[in-house]
Design a protein around this ligand. Structure first.
Ligand code: AMP
Length: 280
């Protein structure tokens, strides 16, 4: 596996692969890799000649400075995991090269940025869009792989960022979960055992909430969910929303529930976690 830090070197390496007609698959990450990331890497390896993984903890997408500082970092373990999978290139750029002062690109994110994660994390998606655009520009992949765990991010990248790049296909992969149902997340490493076990109850509650859609009013479902979470001392709900899978518009009473997904954000201690799933 090649490990590249410099942007110039990365551009040259990618040019070389393209000149040999190699297809390039790309998986952007912030490191502290787990099976969720590896599922994306494996998919890319199965569909492309060359797989590039980036590890860059993007300061622009952290609206909470403490969350940025405490974001888990384990570069050596990440490198070994990627090498084991057969990843071809690991790109570990530095901030000054990803965001040089002359890099001014910004995006009109519109409605997508006003709901759920957009509403609760001001500037987050602008930061995500800017880094992903920059990485696409440098790597110019044919395919890029994202997790549906970050569903709103997946929508914004597919609909707003990817259209700038011809022949780029964005693929979304289902959330990888622990046996308990808890969605894998690098932030889970920051949970105490008690917080971890309480957070593991949330996916089941989320599924129950999804099953109630169309049978109870939104207000009843949200109150029920809040009451359930309040039984756990470490958990604090932020939002529970039902949004259309294609538009992220809120649920309209009377509409077909299966067009929607349920989205949650909550705190376990001081760690903020998100999850979402399709309404069956
Ligand atoms: P991150 O390192 O958190 O920025 O995530 C990098 C990529 O991995 C994003 O596309 C995430 O949506 C995806 N990802 C994170 N957790 C999971 C998971 N549990 N299952 C599938 N994909 C995931």
């Amino acid at each position: 596996m090649k490990i590249i830090q410099s942007v110039a070197q990365m551009v040259l390496t990618m040019q070389d692969f393209r000149s040999k007609n190699k297809s390039i698959g790309f998986v952007p990450t912030m490191g502290a890799l787990h099976e969720g990331h590896l599922a994306l890497v494996r998919k890319s390896i199965s569909e492309n000649d060359i797989t590039v993984v980036s590890i860059f903890v993007n300061p622009l997408q952290f609206n909470n400075p403490d969350d940025f500082l405490k974001y888990p970092k384990m570069p050596e373990k990440d490198r070994l995991m990627l090498e084991n999978e057969g990843c071809d290139v690991l790109f570990t750029p530095v901030k000054d090269e990803i965001f040089p002062p002359e890099y001014k690109k910004s995006f009109q994110l519109g409605y997508w940025d006003t709901v759920m994660e957009g509403a609760f994390r001001p500037g987050h998606f602008q930061g995500v869009a800017r880094v992903v655009y920059r990485l696409f520009e440098i790597i110019q992949p044919q395919r890029a792989y994202f997790g549906l765990k970050d569903y709103q991010q997946f929508m914004i990248i597919s609909r707003v960022v990817a259209p700038y790049f011809q022949d780029l296909k964005i693929l979304g992969l289902e959330t990888v979960r622990e046996k308990s149902g808890l969605a894998l997340s690098s932030r889970n490493l920051r949970l105490t055992p008690k917080q971890y076990s309480q957070a593991s109850q949330v996916p089941e509650l989320l599924k129950k909430a999804a099953d109630m859609l169309g049978k109870k009013t939104l207000q009843e479902i949200k109150e029920w969910f809040k009451a359930e979470l309040s039984k756990y001392s470490e958990l604090r709900p932020e939002y529970l929303e039902f949004a259309h899978a294609d538009t992220l518009q809120p649920f309209v009473e009377g509409d077909t529930p299966s067009k929607y997904r349920v989205f949650v954000s909550f705190y376990a201690g001081e760690v903020r976690l998100i999850d979402n799933m399709a309404v069956q």
